[in-house]
Design a protein around this ligand. Structure first.
Ligand SMILES: [Zn+2]
Length: 129
C-alpha cells in the first residue's frame, strides 16, 4: 500500500492526470478522498542520537519533535486551507482494500461538499489555488 497526502493544487493535478499506465499494468489500483486537513495527535519525528552502536541497537537518546504542519507529499509545502487530497494505492490482486487511514488526517469530504464550499467562496477558497 502507498498513501499520500497532497495540497489541493498538487492533488487535483495528480488526480486529473490519473494513474500511470505502467502502474495499472503492474496491478495497482487506488482511491482519492477530499479531506479537511487536521493534524493527527502525536504527529512528528523521533530523533535518535548517540554513538553508532547505540543508535543501531535502538538505544540512543530519543527526542520527539512535533511537526508544525502537514506537508504536501508532492511539493513539500505546508498544507494550508480547508481542503486537501488523500491518495491510496494498492495491489488489488495481493492486498485487501486498505482501511480508511484518511480519517486520521481530517474529515473525509464528499465531492459535493467541496463543490458547495467552492461555490460559497466564489472560487476564492484559498485551498483551491
Ligand atoms: Zn503540493
Amino acid at each position: 500500500m502507498n498513501r499520500s497526502l497532497y495540497c489541493r493544487k498538487c492533488g487535483e493535478a495528480s488526480k486529473k492526470k490519473g494513474m500511470h499506465p505502467e502502474d495499472k499494468k503492474m496491478g495497482w489500483t487506488g482511491r482519492w478522498h477530499y479531506v479537511s486537513p487536521v493534524m493527527p495527535k502525536g504527529h512528528g519525528i523521533t530523533l535518535i542520537t548517540g554513538n553508532d552502536v547505540s543508535v543501531l541497537e535502538g538505544k540512543g537518546n530519543r527526542e520527539f519533535i512535533p511537526m508544525s504542519s502537514l506537508y504536501c507529499d508532492q511539493c513539500g509545502e505546508p498544507i494550508t486551507g480547508d481542503i486537501a487530497l488523500a491518495r491510496t494505492m494498492w495491489h488489488y490482486e495481493d492486498e485487501p482494500t486498505p482501511p480508511l487511514w484518511e480519517n486520521d488526517y481530517g474529515n473525509i469530504l464528499p465531492p459535493q461538499a467541496v463543490a458547495v464550499m467552492d461555490a460559497l467562496t466564489d472560487g476564492k477558497n484559498p485551498s483551491s489555488t
